[in-house]
Design a protein around this ligand. Structure first.
Ligand code: BDR
Ligand code: CA
Length: 432
């Protein structure tokens, strides 16, 4: 991965910043992996691309790959918040509401740890003509009309839009009807707004993406330096254990695989919250009852959407759900301690006739590649990332697409669902 853009720093400051971040990331990984206590609590814990890479290297150097447990991973949100002590974290939520997006937006807007700089709408679950007003509606319901909402892409980068009205209802909210929003979207298109905000707070902004990644890819395409000054990107998207719209692909990545590939290859530290964990977040009647009993506008709206979505799911013949995919991604950013994490090099299939949108997680300790622990470090450093074998027509001589393993994403591999629902329902209902 390339260098982070920190040209504005004086060289000496830069070195100090690097060292501080490196120390912190080392502390983070060691703590997670080796449970070593290092007393360095004053160092900022910002998870930048550089310390992501540094931490990956540190992790490799000491004990193979991160495989964090519920018990050892700290709530990064609380950790960052209390250590930094400088107030909420800058985030942009990119979304395609969407039943679970709607609840995720409400969760984000009910989370004081977050400073939501913008909400950007994208076509996905339903067309942009619906996702945009749905996002505006959620902002009004939450009473957060100071948050700018921007219209984004109407279609994926190079494909026709495929929607998921079968899961979210024709209006995207499971059939739950709300009045037309009174507030309007800002004039700036989503990609431009993302770019301007990230440039305004270099190294500070995290993108929480809970829809197809078209807007983000468009922003990255428009500004080659942008990836280097983003703090991180936490996505609901992808799966290392099969898809939901095809056997291979998860919906958000399926809709715009080219965009997802741009994101994974951008060098932004990516946190992937995919179907591997979001499948374990099925909403129940009991959750809905708690929301319906909540005496505030957010709880009432969430209850109404959830009630309709459960009904819609039943009518469609689904046995469970709906799953709270997107809320889990937001919650994982708020408190990663109730998930287990593992580092991978994730790439996206864009060429397949049947498999476009599949996310592949490369790891020296995955599947048949498992090795004895003492050999993992060496294996990791030497492990090439292989693509499909070349065809006879190809001029390539080798199927190796990267000659070394370097992780580009932290992937959630397990979740404590009851802790997640405690957070989600607690915050939406106003009970916590
Ligand atoms: C994702 O796809 C959408 O249908 C949901 O809103 C979620 O973002 C799950 O695959
Ligand atoms: Ca979504």
């Amino acid at each position: 991965m390339e260098r982070r853009n920190e040209r504005s720093c004086a060289p000496r400051v830069l070195i100090l910043v690097f060292r501080a971040r490196h120390r912190q990331s080392a502390r983070y990984c060691l703590k997670a992996e080796l449970k070593v206590k290092i007393m360095d609590t004053k160092v900022s814990s910002r998870w930048t691309r550089r310390n992501f890479v540094a931490s990956a290297t540190t992790t490799l150097a000491f004990s193979g790959f991160a495989n964090y447990s519920f018990a050892t991973q700290e709530p990064a949100m609380n950790q960052r918040h209390s250590e930094a002590g400088n107030g909420p974290l800058h985030v942009i939520v990119d979304t395609d509401p969407g039943v679970d997006d709607a609840l995720a937006l409400l969760l984000a807007m009910r989370s004081p740890e977050l400073k939501i700089e913008a909400i950007t709408a994208v076509a996905g679950n339903v067309p942009l003509e619906l996702t945009l007003p749905n996002a505006l509606r959620m902002v009004e319901i939450a009473g957060r009309t100071e948050i700018p909402v921007a219209a984004g892409a109407q279609a994926p980068l190079v494909r026709r839009l495929v929607t998921a009205a079968y899961a979210h209802g024709e209006n995207g909210l499971g059939g739950a009807v709300f009045p037309e929003p009174k507030i309007k979207a800002v004039a700036e298109p989503a990609a431009e707004l993302i770019r301007n905000i990230v440039r305004k707070y270099p190294g500070e902004v995290t993108l929480l993406t809970i829809g197809p990644l078209t807007n983000v890819a468009a922003a990255l395409n428009s500004d080659p330096e942008l990836a280097g000054i983003m703090r991180s990107l936490v996505m609901m998207g992808g799966s290392l254990s099969g898809g939901n719209i095809t056997p291979a692909a998860e919906f958000n990545v399926y809709v715009d695989p080219e965009a997802a590939r741009i994101v994974f290859q951008s060098g932004i530290p990516v946190t992937m919250v995919g179907l591997d964990v979001t499948r374990k977040t099925s909403l129940t009647d009991e959750h809905v009852r708690v929301l319906e009993a909540g005496q505030n506008a957010v709880s009432q709206a969430a209850g109404k959407i959830a009630r309709n979505a459960i009904q819609h799911n039943r009518e469609q013949g689904f046995l469970v759900g709906p799953n709270m995919h997107d809320s889990l991604a937001v919650a994982a950013f708020l408190d990663p301690s109730f998930l287990k994490w593992k580092e991978y090099y994730v790439d996206v299939e864009t060429a397949g006739e049947l498999t476009a949108g599949e996310t592949l997680g490369y790891s020296p300790s995955a599947g048949d590649l498992r090795r004895r622990p003492e050999m993992e470090k060496q294996a990791a450093l030497n492990m090439p990332i292989r693509g499909s074998a070349p065809t006879l027509a190809s001029t390539r001589t080798s199927p190796v697409v990267r000659d070394k393993f370097v992780p580009n994403a932290k992937v959630a591999v397990d979740v404590d669902s009851s802790r997640f629902f405690e957070l989600l329902i607690g915050r939406l209902s106003g009970n916590k």
